[in-house]
Design a protein around this ligand. Structure first.
Ligand SMILES: COc1ccc(CN)cc1O
Length: 329
């Protein structure tokens, strides 16, 4: 099997990208997250006080309860959820997992409850970091990859408009040039890779090093040396204690940022680094590139980098030799 599902920005800031997923017989809008490995959903097992206006998975109606199984996840930003586990059919585009662990939330943090755009997450990192106990469960990709035409999926996310996630095939109409491949270190359960030299305005701004490719993180978090060298080229920028990161006048001209990965140079267009005004109507804007001190020291290539690129999460060389493919859209 193979196929594509639409990935739409959850809001005007491209905070996240959500896709329609059928869990049992209900269609929910889920955030595909290559930085985690639990497929969890708001459900009829979620307290009514926390269901908000979410679409709900009904495990009692269509699933098989995995008796005594539980899950509990906390994300880098401190948000989280926990609950119980069913096995059920999950359909993404034309791709079906017949017995997917569907993790029904019995509680979720306030950010998820109030984020009406997102009914849960589809974890697409490695199953080694799935949180289900007493028996760890497989991700959607791990469940379907042997049935896919090719064991890979591609993220084709766009700024301010719908893109896709494609499972099982490469679509040459969705990228330009050739795909540059780079080895993945999955020892921590992530799509880890090494990024190299960076430049801004033709000037070297240092090397990045170990990083993870994470569709479930909004911004681009880099070593402080690289970040300070970037904002040195942004008039009026500063690293604000008040706002907890780099800010600049919303009218500032933001330069493009270039990074070498797999022997090829990739560019994030400058305007993508304007995340949003620090508060509604403000003329001060918050940067979409921030130091990795905000992410516990981890360098994270989030949606700010991913959108505008064609990123392949690839196990065609075997599950013990995962790799990332990158191309320009
Ligand atoms: C919508 O909120 C979230 C989405 C994805 C993650 C995982 N990176 C954490 C969140 O708090």
């Amino acid at each position: 099997q193979q196929g594509s599902v639409t990935a739409s920005p959850s809001d005007s800031m491209d905070d996240s990208y959500i896709c329609p997923v059928t869990t049992g017989s209900n269609t929910l809008h889920l955030d595909f997250d290559t930085g985690s490995s639990d497929l969890w959903v708001f459900s009829t097992d979620t307290p009514a006080s926390e269901q908000g206006s979410h679409s709900l998975y009904n495990g009692e109606a269509t699933g098989k309860l995995l008796s005594g199984y539980t899950w509990d996840i906390t994300y880098e930003d401190g948000s989280g959820s926990k609950g119980i586990v069913y096995s059920d059919k999950v359909v993404i585009g034309p791709v079906t997992a017949t017995s997917q662990a569907v993790e029904a939330a019995t509680s979720a943090s306030s950010g998820f409850v109030s984020d009406t755009s997102t009914d849960g997450l589809v974890g697409l990192a490695f199953s080694s970091i799935n949180t289900v106990e007493p028996q760890q469960q497989l991700t959607f990709f791990d469940n379907v990859k042997s049935s896919l035409a090719s064991p890979l999926f591609a993220a084709v996310l766009k700024h301010g408009k719908a893109g896709t996630y494609d499972f099982g095939y490469l679509d040459s109409s969705k990228y330009t040039g050739s795909i540059a491949y780079t080895a993945v270190d999955n020892s921590q359960g992530f799509w880890g890779f090494t990024a190299g030299a960076t430049t801004v305005g033709g000037k070297s701004t240092g090397s990045v090093g170990a990083a993870i490719m994470d569709t479930g993180t909004t911004l681009l978090y880099l070593p402080s040396k690289v970040v300070s060298a970037y904002y040195a080229q942004v008039k009026g920028s500063s690293n604000s204690n008040t706002y907890g990161g780099y800010i600049f006048p919303c009218s500032a001209t933001l330069p493009d940022w270039n990074v070498s990965i797999g022997g090829t140079t990739f560019t994030v267009t400058g305007s993508y680094f304007n995340y949003s005004p620090v508060s509604s109507g403000s003329s001060t804007c918050y940067g979409a590139m921030q130091p990795n001190s905000q992410t516990g020291g981890s360098t994270v290539f989030g949606d700010t980098f991913i959108k505008g690129h064609y990123i392949v999460f690839d196990q065609t060389q075997g599950s013990n030799s995962p790799r990332l493919g990158l191309a320009k859209q």
